[in-house]
Design a protein around this ligand. Sequence first.
Ligand SMILES: NC(=O)c1ccc[n+]([C@@H]2O[C@H](COP(=O)([O-])OP(=O)(O)OC[C@H]3O[C@@H](n4cnc5c(N)ncnc54)[C@H](OP(=O)(O)O)[C@@H]3O)[C@@H](O)[C@H]2O)c1
Length: 314
Amino acid sequence: MSWGCGLCALLAGGALLVLLLLRWLRADGDLTVLWAEWRGKKPENELRGKVVWVTGASSGIGEELAYQLSKIGALLAISARREDELERVKKKCLQISNLSDKEILVLRLDLTDRSSHEAATNSVLKHFGKIDVLVNNGGRSQRSLFVDTNLDVFSAIMELNYLGTISLTKHVLNHMIERRRGKIVTVSSVMGIMGAPLASGYCASKHALQGFFNSLRTELTDYPEISIINICPGPVQSKIIQNVFTEKLDKSIENFKSGVVSLFFSPPLAAFFTLLTDSLAAGMLGLQFWIRFFSSSSLPWQLMPSSASQLCAQ
Ligand SMILES: NC(=O)c1ccc[n+]([C@@H]2O[C@H](COP(=O)([O-])OP(=O)(O)OC[C@H]3O[C@@H](n4cnc5c(N)ncnc54)[C@H](OP(=O)(O)O)[C@@H]3O)[C@@H](O)[C@H]2O)c1
């Protein structure tokens, strides 16, 4: 091969690498999700007619997910504590989709009321006859320094984000094991992988979920058609800041300035859903980072933890 041909091959290889890198940097998901999408595993092909139960569907990520899923024809069970908000979400789903009234079930659910989870699961099964996908999305974050925070706040965070989630999963998984198929999708967070100031309890609960579901996956090797999928988004605009736990159980967030910082860096909610629905459709194992925003907001916080205390209103 002449020097000229060699140089051309090198340049072509370099250009391909640059293109791949640009594609990855512009993507909402990691390379495994992009690869699955490229092979045709698109949400609209995989999820039409499937029964998807979304918790935390009365606002934010769960609400938007309900809209996206209804548009592609998934049958929905939507849950949270506020039934009026769920009815509002259902109404909009019916307006933007071809689903009929019966194809969207509003089911009130308090994740911390674990004794109600079996009956709730039975209600979804009675209505639809099956559950194809459970999206464990309901949860709350935290904005308070560990030294200032009462221990009962840590207990409440674990009760909701961790125990509530695995309790519901246990009931739904029994059904999936009977059918030998299903997907359990858990909206974890980048905070499930790294640490961050002002969120020690929240990070712990998301780390717990990561550890739990990564272990559960290894226990299900006899059921290759059951997927355990963890989603690890960076910041997403939602009601999460308004709803955070603070130093005390009965204290809300109004004096906290970092809400502005977080919203400034957060992308609009709708932009997040390529990652979520694609991962769900692809049934990918493991983690998906929302890489662009991970670097733009979470990383500086990780590198400058001392700024955290200054962001707390005195
Ligand atoms: N926004 C972000 O930046 C971000 C980043 C990474 C991960 N996440 C995760 O994404 C998930 C959704 O958060 P979001 O951003 O959409 O926040 P959000 O707008 O505050 O929504 C939280 C949802 O959880 C529900 N919820 C809260 N407590 C509950 C309980 N005891 N029982 C049942 N449902 C309960 C809320 O409904 P009710 O109040 O009606 O019960 C609401 O529908 C959370 O797990 C969060 O950790 C969010």
